[in-house]
Design a protein around this ligand. Sequence first.
Ligand code: NFE
Ligand code: MG
Length: 573
Amino acid sequence: MAAKRIVIDPVTRIEGHLRIEIEVQDGKVKEAFSSGTMVRGLEIILKGRDPRDAWAFAERTCGVCTTVHALASVRSVEDALGIVIPPNAELVRNLMFCAQYMQDHVVHFYHLHALDWVDIVSALKADPAKTAEIARSISNWPKSSPNYFSDVQKRIAAFVQSGQLGIFANGYWGHPAMKLPAEVNLLAVAHYIEALDWQKEIVKVHTIFGGKNPHPNYLVGGAPCSINLDEANAINAERLAYVGKLIEDARTFVEQVYIPDLLAIASFYKDWGAIGGGLTNYMAYGDLPTHGFGDPSKFKFPRGVILGRDLGKVYPVDGHDPRQIQESIPHSWYQYSDGDAAARHPWDGETKFNYTGPKPPYDQLNVDGKYSWLKTPRWNGHPMEVGPLARLLVGYASGRQDIKDVVDMVLKKLDVPVAALFSTLGRTAARGIETLLVAGWAKEFYGDLLANIKNGDTRMVNNEKWEPATWPAKARGVGLTEAPRGALAHWIVIENQKIANYQLVVPSTWNASPRDAKGQLSAYESSLVGTPIADPERPLEVLRTIHSFDPCLACAVHLYDEQGRTLNRITVG
Ligand code: NFE
Ligand code: MG
């Protein structure tokens, strides 16, 4: 049978604009192409500015991972100027990081990914009493009565009968790859609604330490809040107690709702533990320092690279080494002054547009030429998957007991082997597993912050290098972090107190980028090859795997093209 080209553009339930083209032959994906269809240019906006202000611009890269670009930015400046921040500031950054993870991962699971597995319409057929029984058998979460689920069912029925399905309008309801019993569908939909309400609570941690959410404040040299237990406008005893409660409530939700739902849903989709693996290399920069950012060996999420799925060895990663991390553009709508075959370390990175693609409306991308607004990053020439799975695998392979314990617990509960982690299911499970870890770590960081304050340490900033006159004429730095979607770094070059160059290489750039000059596929493209497609008119399986990465194209192509684009179109040709 001849291969069929299927275009999904835009892929919805993600941040930003992603186009996936696949060729399907004999019921399987034979070729896959991933294209970022928006371009932004934050690197250009940042040139010439004061490095101390960069975080406020960079943070606007994304409203989903709303804190991480500010963190990467202030760290890049601190690295360039040799600034070490006080322990309290590190703890406040860690607490904001943990709050971000819990909110982002829960929202991803319920609102961006669950409907690939959960059939909302089927929930109408559920027996609420049986749903209550299932709910009580997997969790102590109090909202579990037959009446509660019956009310939820009535709400969905009213919604469906109104004929205005809104965000649910284009779901693949009744698709043959949907496997959950009606009762589990109802349980998941109930928690979809609860999670919407819950997620606005945990981000209050950002408003307390950073003034607002999204896009809380950051500060080069520390954190933008003062500790004074007796001052109404400072981080006082009442504010601290509130943070403690938010962390505790978040942990309860993660433990009693997210994780039990993840396990219950995953148990019906274990075949996805053998689908969507793709690349065999994983990279994490690591984060959540416990002894300062200068000592990655004491990070909660360790740093490293795994090659060929070999969990027996972890390779070191160095953002300063000009040979390790490089970006190339053979298939990206950019140009380099030394030619499109070049690969550049981000300190020498360039952002110059060169759109050579077809003019919309067009049927398909010219995949032999340039076909994306994402550049293609590589570590020592290798494509890398980044994200929750990469973090857990690097942690597992580094022998971190706390990480191993939770991973093994989930594998045991699902009754699947370690190899099942290298998959779509593994990616989605990894996100839940790390949320559970982060929920526990947040409590530790909170305790450490209270202990420091009790011991009389209220310092929040190191302002020794605030005066630009104290800076060298030239300085370069890198700010590494782990955004929810994976390894994130900003590279900065400072000359005469101003930004001479600024480059962001973000998680979705690693995962969603086009092929490199050698033809090596990046993570999305690679993960789709071989995926079974039951119905080419409704390629649900593609969405499952792509959504398992939690795409963010807003981050990845740091202005839309001026031409309009057809929305919600799936073409089969
Ligand atoms: Ni906009 Fe982001 C995260 C970053 S991109 S979501 O997480 O950085 O992958
Ligand atoms: Mg970039």
